[in-house]
Design a protein around this ligand. Structure first.
Ligand code: 0X9
Ligand code: ZN
Length: 445
């Protein structure tokens, strides 16, 4: 390499590394949470009495509930610390409540989930060095076109954002990358606009992923949808009459935190002024905020935040969507897990007046799934009432077709769905979008 070229590259790399966002120091200094010895239990209460008993046990041991459903005979998934396992076994046996251990060691499941990833996330010095090196390397690599994204493993936020930037650079007529704000820790909040016309006046579909940090399959599916729409010419039809707004990671701070420090983190990472950080973004939207299924306890997994839209992430989304409320006809938010298509309202068992229209479309979409069976129904009815959700808010501002999709699985792996499931789940889901496109194409902006 000529000295001149070397100098140019070095200068550019140096300049770029100084403008690139810094990794938050906190991610290096905080210990990595271990789930060694933790188990996932699936208990199935068969009547009201057994449900109440289970509720009492949950409170006594402050068990974290991964999944619950309202109907009898549907299992409740509980994360059980090694400290309580012996005692709990006795109490469940006493009460004759059937249960099984679905994950016998959570840390082993976490270690095996994403096998292609080598970053062990170890101690402070290593990370600091690696972080510095990574930034130089990333800046260097960014001079060459390309990306590191695939759907064989779960990726860090840099890879995802690298892919979005790559698409915007490579397909400028189709893709526009819009930064709609910054997260609490200063990461950009990206929405990908995909449109085959530059004016953007077609009716549109919004899809978001990664509201809840630990639900890794959700950003994976959202980025897969982006890839299919942009890079797969056979999907051109899906762009003809419809525009797309896709935000693959609504809560990037939380998502990154699940990669570096605590795999099972759910909330944002904002400071609350107390010992515990973050609010549940899906309790922070401004419709029926603070109602049922939310908590004012800052340490709760369902902490609703200091006020509606207290989190920069939900505020940015609401500002952006509000400005396009006439154009956006479908609101889809991807979560996991349980395999449900959930219909508002979620804040209580209440049905919107056009519930049947919403249900018909959801059923049509769900009929496209081949591999995984999804249950369609009212959110509060099937799961539990939970106020301040994004789906309810979208519905409340007039987006008629608003749904929460709980992706796979139904509880064998839960949030820690092995990376080998990414492709099957994505491929199964994508064809359902045709149903929404056909509906939206008939609607006027
Ligand atoms: O509780 C939630 O936020 C969602 N389930 S999850 O396991 N992904 O956390 C369901 C939200 C359904 N919608 C409303 N309750 N509005
Ligand atoms: Zn979720």
């Amino acid at each position: 390499m000529s000295p001149l070229l070397a100098t140019i590259i070095f200068t550019c790399v140096f300049a770029a590394s100084h403008t690139a966002p810094q990794e938050p120091l906190q991610a290096w200094t905080e210990d990595v949470v271990s789930y060694s010895g933790f188990q996932l239990w699936s208990a199935t209460p068969r009547n009201q009495e057994e449900r109440e008993f289970l509720l009492k046990i949950r409170q006594d041991y402050e068990l974290e509930v991964w999944k619950e459903a309202r109907s009898h005979n549907s299992p409740v998934d509980l994360l059980v610390s090694p400290d309580f396992q012996t005692e709990l076994k006795l109490r469940l046996a006493d009460a004759e409540i059937p249960y099984e251990v679905t994950i016998s060691d959570m840390q082993t499941a976490i270690n095996n989930e994403n096998p292609n990833v080598t970053d062990s996330g170890d101690e402070y010095e290593n990370r600091k060095m690696a972080g510095r090196f990574k930034r130089y390397l990333a800046a260097f690599i960014s001079f060459f076109p390309g990306h590191k994204m695939d759907w064989n493993s779960y990726h860090r936020i840099d890879d995802i954002y690298g892919y979005l930037n790559y698409l915007a650079d490579s397909f400028p007529r189709l893709v526009q990358l819009v930064s709609i704000g910054s997260s609490f820790e200063g990461r950009p909040l990206y929405v990908v606009r995909i449109s085959s016309s530059s004016s953007g006046t077609k009716p549109a579909i919004w899809i978001d992923g990664g509201i809840h940090a630990r639900e890794w399959i959700s950003p994976a599916v959202a980025t897969y949808i982006i890839k299919q729409l942009v890079e797969e010419p056979s999907n051109e039809r899906l762009l003809q009459n419809v525009d797309w707004y896709i935000m693959p990671v609504m809560n990037p701070d939380g998502y990154e935190y699940t990669h570096t420090s605590n795999r099972l983190w759910r909330k944002t990472r904002s400071s609350t002024g107390a010992r515990c950080r973050g609010a549940d973004p899906n309790r922070n939207f401004g419709y029926q905020w603070g109602g049922k299924g939310t908590s004012r306890d800052k340490c709760s997994e369902i902490y609703h935040g200091a006020n509606a839209f207290s989190e920069p992430e939900t505020r940015a989304v609401s500002n952006f969507i509000s400005g396009k409320a006439n154009q956006i006809k479908v609101y889809l938010t991807l979560h996991s897990y349980g395999q449900y298509v959930l219909i508002p309202w979620g804040y209580d068992v209440q049905y919107p007046i056009d519930y049947n229209d919403m249900k018909d479309l959801a059923n049509k979409a769900a009929s496209k799934f081949r591999r995984y069976k999804y249950t369609v129904g009212n959110s509060a009815d099937l799961l539990y009432p939970a106020a301040g959700g994004s789906d309810d808010w979208a519905k409340s501002i007039g987006i008629k077709y608003s749904y929460t999709v709980e992706l796979a699985d139904t509880g064998n792996h839960g949030f820690v769905l092995p990376a080998s499931f990414i492709r099957p789940v994505c491929e199964d889901f994508f064809p359902a979008l045709e149903v929404f496109v056909d509906k939206v194409a008939t609607l006027k902006v």
